[in-house]
Design a protein around this ligand. Sequence first.
Ligand code: AMP
Ligand code: MG
Length: 315
Amino acid sequence: MIPYRTEYLSADPAGLAQAADLLRQGQLVAFPTETVYGLGGDALNGEAVAAIYAAKGRPSFNPLIAHVASVEAAQRFVEWSDQAARLAAAFWPGPLTLVLPLRDGHGVSSLVTAGLDTLAVRVPAHPTARALLQAVDRPVAAPSANPSGRISPTTADHVRAGLDGRIAAVLDDGPCGVGLESTIVGLAGEPTLLRPGGIALDQIEQVLGTQLHIHQSGDLLTAPGQLQSHYAPEAPVRLNAHTRQGEEILLGFGPVDCDVNLSADGNLTEAAANLFATLHKLDRSGRPIAVTPIPSDGLGAAINDRLRRAAAPRG
Ligand code: AMP
Ligand code: MG
């Protein structure tokens, strides 16, 4: 990846404007939230989201939280509901993330949702985060701004220690952090606590007037009609293929003869950006999927991780 000269911007109007411009250009900007510094990228731009994974060195794709400036901004991308309205009125801006069905024509990169048809959205309370999101006027995908496997950053110096030279800018507004991640509530089906965090369960139940289901990690993968935490195609998937066998449709990478190519130029960022949308498209063909070899350096590790899961036998 191309090394950056990371800019350290102060949280004044000029710094905010520059950070917003960089995000709109598809660059990565770390910014403070009330939980930790987040590593932001334009959620509508698949290559920007792929670059988040590359900068963090994350070896697998998980859905990311889209940060927005307001309820109105969230409503542009997800199916709003009475329950969402009640929780947002009580806890936004703040450390509560809502998982809701994507709206038609949402435009959010499928790398943000890791191929799911739901989106996790949150309006952060940190004034600098809100001002930035207002200026960007797009949803910003933002996991914590640390290299994979390292602890979450609560100062610009922590971000510098992990990501200097790997991202375009850091918007420095001093220390942040309540220490707790956002609470994640799934509202695409039965209201479900997907992750405990900064807003307590009983507060949420009080506002909803009902008990939340508790998500046990791993147990919803195959249960029909329930919130899935990971997308996998229905069709069988065969890896490291060089030719088609039988009815297979061949998914390629780089200069190979195939039916659909993740990146004819052999660009892993482009391939990552295309991955989930392409799997959905191939799955709709109803044919088994064969995939040509993909290198496992950089973003290739996360791409291969996801393809291996898709290829694993399912019960
Ligand atoms: P964070 O690590 O704070 O960026 O939060 C990301 C968390 O949100 C991960 O645990 C994801 O699995 C969860 N998440 C994001 N989007 C979804 C979604 N559409 N459905 C279920 N969980 C989600
Ligand atoms: Mg993290």
